[in-house]
Design a protein around this ligand. Structure first.
Ligand SMILES: [Zn+2]
Length: 206
């Protein structure tokens, strides 16, 4: 679909089996990948995401878009806590090829997460506060950097997507129980839509 002249993709929603698939490495960055990167970025921006993984728009390749904002304190001063944030945050939005988390920090932090594939549902997720993260920036260099703050959380969330894992898979039993009814609704809505699409296709083929 197109919005304001820009091509964007439909974001797959909870219940869609594609979200549980593991994505494959990108072997070479060709024209097709460049075009897709633009669509992925446009889609993330259109839906106000902090990140978007290729699998969320039905492409099984290890590509993510990131649009992590600069962290600011109450006085509006930028507060950067890691080399990764210092180097990457000024270059957002970014498309990263074959992102990989090399190691996880020991300290954990808990923060509410949401996801464009799990609309309107938020829940607290415990994750390591820092990660050592490696990727190739589309059209630029490869890097290995220690990342903290929201950037560390966003890259873990997006790399999870590439491995078929959603943030709702990482909740405590208690937190999961709280959102289970809403998740059930999403799942049933997806099943109904799938059924309707099937009916329409059948009708078209008759
Ligand atoms: Zn997500």
């Amino acid at each position: 679909m197109r919005i304001g002249g820009k091509k964007i993709e439909k974001v797959r929603v909870y219940g869609d089996a594609f979200l549980a698939k593991k994505a494959e490495d990108v072997k070479s960055v060709d024209d097709k990948i460049l075009k897709f990167a633009e669509v992925l970025t446009n889609t993330m921006i259109e839906f106000d995401g902090v990140g978007l993984a290729a699998t969320q728009v039905g492409v099984g390749l290890r590509i993510i878009a990131l649009g992590v904002p600069l962290p600011k304190d109450e006085d509006g001063n930028v507060r950067i806590s890691s080399p990764g944030e210092a180097i990457l945050l000024n270059r957002m939005p970014l498309v990263l090829i074959n992102p990989e988390i090399i190691s996880f920090g020991v300290a954990m932090s808990v923060r509410d997460e949401g996801c464009l594939s799990v609309p309107d549902i938020y829940a607290p997720v415990a994750r390591p506060s820092t990660v050592v993260f490696q990727a190739q920036i589309l059209g630029a260099e490869s890097f290995t950097l220690e990342c903290g703050g929201l950037l560390a959380r966003a890259v873990q969330h997006e790399v999870d997507h590439l491995n078929g894992i959603l943030f709702v898979d990482r909740l405590t039993e208690e937190a999961f129980a709280k959102i289970e009814p809403a998740l059930g609704k999403l799942k049933r809505r997806y099943a109904r839509m799938k059924f309707l699409r099937k009916l329409i296709r059948k009708k078209e083929n008759e």
